[in-house]
Ligand binder design. Structure first.
Ligand code: IMP
Ligand code: MG
Length: 182
């Protein structure tokens, strides 16, 4: 067997745990009984969770439409810059729509707060938020995601779409870099 290319990453949540949790999250989101839900997936980090969640939702009988929103807050640093900009806007009209807002990770809460304001300003009827990882110890904005996959301690996490300076997005599990000073 090939050596793991990620021996420096400590596993927090395994691929199996994530798969089981995503199925649960899909059931919980399906129970929200959203009307013709439009998924707004926040890039880049949300792409893996989005791919799994829309298929899990489909298995529960919930069909989705999907659009992507690219926001930047961190750049290549591991510290929040505090300023959020739209790098790539959604290509859908959200006026009157029910939205599932998918984020990779909720940290300070600024990114989700920004996306929620944007969607509500544009007339979204309902926005249900979900993040695969929540780090509640680091909030600067009062935001609670409606559906959270895993609560993580205040360490820098990677994998399952989540990066550190563009690395580790392809990891099938969620972990943290062992020698990273958190
Ligand atoms: P927030 O705006 O502070 O809630 O941060 C949200 C974004 O910051 C996430 O979507 C990530 O892209 C990035 N981020 C925050 N914490 C981490 C982390 O521990 N690992 C990787 N990215 C993170
Ligand atoms: Mg990032």
């Amino acid at each position: 067997m090939a050596a793991s290319p990620h021996a420096d990453v400590r596993v927090l949540f395994t691929a199996e745990e994530i798969a089981a949790r995503v199925a649960d999250l899909a059931n919980a989101i399906a129970a929200e009984a959203l009307e013709r839900p439009l998924v707004v997936s926040v890039l880049k980090g949300g792409f893996v969770y989005t791919a799994d969640l829309v298929r899990a939702l489909d298995r529960t009988g919930v069909a989705t439409e999907i659009t992507f929103l690219a926001l930047s807050s961190y750049g290549k640093s591991t510290e929040s810059s505090g300023t959020i900009t739209v790098k790539h806007d959604i290509d859908a009209d959200v006026d009157g729509r029910d939205i599932i807002l998918i984020e990779d990770l909720l940290d300070t809460g600024r990114t989700v707060a920004f996306a929620l304001d944007l969607l509500h300003d544009r007339g979204a009827r309902r926005v249900v938020t979900t993040a695969i990882v929540d780090k509640p110890g680091h909030r600067t904005v009062e935001i609670v995601a409606d559906h959270v996959g895993f609560v993580a301690p205040d360490v820098f996490v990677v994998g399952y779409g989540i990066d550190m300076a563009e690395r580790y997005r392809g990891l099938p599990f969620i972990g943290h870099v062992a020698d990273q000073a958190d």
